[in-house]
Design a protein around this ligand. Structure first.
Ligand code: PLP
Length: 295
């Protein structure tokens, strides 16, 4: 059984009810060239993506990821994706994978080739990195200024802040800066001092018995993992809230995590060089939930 699968997808219009979805996928060798040089995703980062965790043969939270893909397409003025087509592509790729293990499945919808008639789309799934150490022992994080204040998404929608675009060069630069400062990961804060998100994750903190995360204002991505964890916490009688979180509320939290689809929940054991309280058992419980099949 292959542990990577790559499908090129001919995107169908959102309202197409074409029953022959399989005919719109072409499996290719991920190590061979597959895109044209005029591709706007590679030339300009002009496209959107999603990364879905696959655990023991189950793609986690497929619908919330596809809804977010649709929302990113709307923000970027890309053609609306045909969700049943993407669901079928995900099902086809997952069916080819080994039945156990963790994988990262990436969906990409690009504006296509320059002057070309249609968007380009593909799916690639490969084994996930081993995040056992981060999940069990936690990570060191640093706060980094994102360079704009709260309210920027509303004032400057052309910055596409709420969309998961392919333009992740800034996010990757923030991770390099975090490493230069001796940390593992970063947390973006607004220039007026409010917590936003990690470069590839959402922030959740707990003060007493209240779990909170920054309000999804349009400047950050609404994380599927955070949403799913809040459902779980609510269902088990714990209190959750969305609100604007000043940095000092993070610094003085009783616990804090970065959460995302493939790495799942990792506790922050040190923030800006100062130790944070960390409960390995609590984090284990969150990850045990996240590793169960979730739709
Ligand atoms: N925020 C950003 C900027 C991200 O890139 C990601 C995931 O990659 C998240 C938040 C977390 O989203 P999810 O939980 O859906 O993986």
């Amino acid at each position: 059984m292959p542990d990577t699968v790559t499908l090129l997808i001919e995107p169908l219009p959102a309202d197409s009810t074409d029953a022959q979805l399989d005919a719109t996928f072409r499996e290719v060798d991920a190590t061979a060239p597959a895109l044209r040089v005029g591709e706007l995703s590679t030339q300009r980062g002009d496209g959107i993506f999603e990364t879905i965790g696959v655990v023991d043969g189950h793609a986690q939270e497929t619908r919330p990821h596809l809804e977010r893909l649709r929302n990113s397409a709307r923000i970027c003025e890309l053609p609306e994706p045909n969700l049943p087509q993407w669901e079928a592509a995900i099902a086809r790729a997952v069916a080819e994978l080994p039945p156990t293990g963790e994988f990262a499945l990436k969906l990409v919808l690009s504006r296509g080739v320059e002057h070309g008639p249609a968007p380009t789309a593909w799916l690639h799934v490969a084994p996930a990195a081993d995040f056992t150490a981060a999940r069990e022992r936690g990570i060191h994080a640093v706060t980094l200024d994102r360079g704009y204040p709260r309210g920027t998404a509303e004032r400057a929608p052309w910055l596409l802040l709420g969309a998961k675009t392919l333009s992740y060069a800034v996010n990757m630069a923030a991770l390099r800066e975090a490493r230069r400062r001796g940390a593992d990961d970063a947390i973006f804060v607004t220039s007026d001092g409010y917590v936003m998100e990690g470069p590839t994750s959402s922030v959740i903190l707990r003060r007493g018995d209240v779990w909170s995360t920054p309000a999804p204002s349009g400047a950050i991505l609404h994380g599927t993992t955070q949403l799913s964890l809040f459902d779980h916490l609510d269902a088990s009688g714990r209190r959750t809230e969305y609100h604007d979180i000043p940095v000092d509320e993070l610094e003085t939290a009783d616990a804090a995590w970065l959460v995302s689809s493939v790495r799942l929940a990792v506790g922050i054991v040190e923030l800006d060089g100062r130790p944070m309280p960390y409960d390995a058992e609590e984090t284990r419980e969150l990850n045990a939930y996240l590793l169960r099949p979730r739709d």
